[in-house]
Write a protein that binds this ligand. Sequence first.
Ligand SMILES: [Fe+2]
Length: 191
Amino acid sequence: MTVKLRACMALITVGWLLPAAAGCVAPNPPSDSSLTLTAAGEPGTKLLISGTVTDQSGRPVAGAGLHVYQTDASGRYTLERSMDEAHARLSGRIRTDDGGHFVLRTIRPGGYPKPLKLGDRERKIPAHIHIDITAAGHAERRLQVVFADDPLLSDPYWTDWVRRLHQSVLKVDPATGAANLVVILDPPGSD
Ligand SMILES: [Fe+2]
């Protein structure tokens, strides 16, 4: 009994619930299209993103898979290795609902602690949230969502980067911490 309870808690902790297979019942199972990326008590400014994934005609893309990962408020992916994107502590997955919608509750990420040599000089990198999107019948999209109120975006280097790579620039309501995001997927072979 104790072993089964531990197995259930492990499944619940990692966020991928298999209650039927494991015989577990989560106390508050999340829906696939809604993800809270941060635990209670995570430092930082709360952020609520309401998103929609569409095709180029504006039709919703249901069942799109989103892998979301970001730095914490101090700009670190992990406590031990600040730049270890592949093992980001704040990481999770979402699947869009029938209307192509998803909801992400998180905190605003911090910018990387150290500048990098980019272009003609060392530059700080705008704070961003990675969202890698896959959907049947569409090209994969690897998005870095940045923030409209980030002063770094006034650097022409970053303005050009946003334009060339079609990055999303999030406008956050300062009163509520809410923002809308529309992701448009290209047909296969477009990347
Ligand atoms: Fe990153």
